[in-house]
Design a protein around this ligand. Sequence first.
Ligand code: GLC
Length: 740
Amino acid sequence: MMTRYHVLAGLSALLLIACTHQASVDGPLYRNASAPIEARIDDALSRMTLEEKIKLIHAQSKFSSAGVPRLGIPELWTTDGPHGIRTEVLWDEWDQAGWTNDSIVAFPALTALAATWNREMSALYGKSIGEEARYREKDVLLGPGVNIYRTPLNGRNFEYMGEDPFLSGTMVVPYVQEVQKNGVAVCVKHYALNNEETFRHTTDVDLDDRALYEIYLPAFKAAVQEGGAWSIMGSYNLYRGQHVCYNERLIMDILKGEWGFDGAVISDWGGVHETDAAVKNGLDLEFGTWTDGLTMGATDGYDAYYLAKPYRDGILNGTYGTEELDDKCRRVLRLIFRTAMNKDKPFGSICSEEHYAAARRIGGEGIVLLKNERSVLPISASAKRLLVVGENAIKMMTVGGGSSSLKVQHEILPLDGIRRRAGDLMEVSYARGYVGDVGGSYNGVNSGQDLSENRTPAELIAEAVQMAKEADCVLFIGGLNKSNYQDCEGTDRRSLDLPYGQDDVIEALAEANPNLAVVLVDGNAVAMPWIDKVPSVLQAWYLGSEAGNALADVVFGDVNPSGKLPFTFPRQLSDSPAHRDGKSFPNRGKSFYDEGIYVGYRWFDEQDIEPLFAFGHGLSYTTFEYGPARLDKTSLRENGQLTLSVRVRNTGTKTGAEVVQLYIADDESSLPRPPKELKGFQKVWLEPGASAEVKFKIGPEALKYYDPEAGEWIAEKGGFEALVGSASDDIRSRIAFSLK
Ligand code: GLC
């Protein structure tokens, strides 16, 4: 009797014959770009020898893997980094190859992107950097980074999106989607628990499952499940005694198991130290073995890689079957078919007006106005003499900092941008103020700047003070930089303080002229012992090629600042959970994250510690008023939704944007929960006097916590509160509701 099954089987056999026949007409099926990708993978795999399969899953050069030359399956080319396309390097070196066509646009650091709290800026960012990667013929962009900001001393926080899983998880998705529309894969990094740099190759992290699932994994999960990331980078560190690049729980159980990740796991450069676990626990592409990710490794040792000869020998002598090998090859082939062999790829572009405009716009939206008494900013048109002080007004920041270092076509420095905008409106003079890092080269890329200075600190301060006394307004532009022990890969900061004696310069300037604004160019929180003496503070991040223009736009009021902090500024280091009670840092060996889920504002709220500046804080040149939050109903059913509405009005004199933040508090939970957690945000632009009704949908997802016993997310019945505000410490309205 002919059943439905027989009909289906018959039809699919006919389809496969048709495809095969068609393929035989037009060449092998795997080359037929309109055939189903999984059929192409099957076909390619069936034609590959053991040698070719082994070659496919490890590097052939510093940043490429071999593909299958005999079958015309192209090489896979990867490139750093999250903020722009790294210069071409020599085949087997970190040093640049000296090409003359690989200068690119440096986009703002991802802390600045996160600080925009604007999904559209993330999409614009992903589109722009994806086009630059595509034009440079790259298949995999080694970024974005979404490691959680656990400590303000982590050298790579500037590459990441802050302390909150919801903000990072929301902001990473458009970046991923837009990059990949160019036929370029993202490689979301560094999965996972790589939250400090000094001993990143040996730190063995452990933590409770609630912190793992609620804090450190969500941004990666969103990048995979909502963003559709095609590759993920395993991190250097260990988790519960096993290196993460082949960690059974993180890679096999969670990433590929629970999340259903169908892409390729790529090791960080030098993150692989053995064959057996790398074979069995889901590592798909081995790169950079024997380097520490920054310096030299064994030259041309590719055939000796852990997934090369040792693995091949293991298969030939029966230690391993070919099941794992075929799964790795499938994932790498899928990555190649999505990128290098994707026939629908657009053509990309670099250094276009659009990309410079995007860098400038994202930078302007990411700048955070932390303080602004007496409206020192924007600079008044009546000012005739403006003094700019500080090394960060003249220092290139696109060179250095580790693997995110770039060779840019241009970088508008703060002083240049300010002078350009001031024009003949006012006289702009400059004083060095202090000497920080006079270097400016990385992997053979040189800034070409000579910042050498032979005057003493006292002479530099005296000069700045003298000039400040004669100025109408003073801008101190300082912060950190991309040299070791600052904002730099491979090292962590040694203190929360500003380096190079900047605090003394700021104090002296505050004495000399009350119209002082401090502009911080950095990617981390810093201590501000002078905060009560300084009327205006601007967090200006690392803004890339258009830094000076984006900063001038805000400083002169052409752009009204609308950024909000993606992480907490502690008043002192010991207020930070990772440094309380003199906890040791950095962590050479085992590191147990004993603060658990209480990271960032969750900790400050729970411990009732007042931060210097709170998560979500950011002022504007105008003011906003919130009406009472209202709910369309006061109780929520299992799969229902509530709509929260709040009217926001611009009560000032300038058009501006406000990021309306929604936090949820769980009043009665069987497990401890933070006082409140970010579960929504919307940026709204308003003309003076205008108002808008901002609405949030609240469903069970916003109420859940992870129950480690049950191994699942739980929304517990009972009372909740929705808190709506302008910052985590500036709640304007709260309203209760319950889950039935
Ligand atoms: C580095 C970094 C990683 C980078 C890779 C290639 O060590 O950890 O972010 O993408 O190696 O440069």
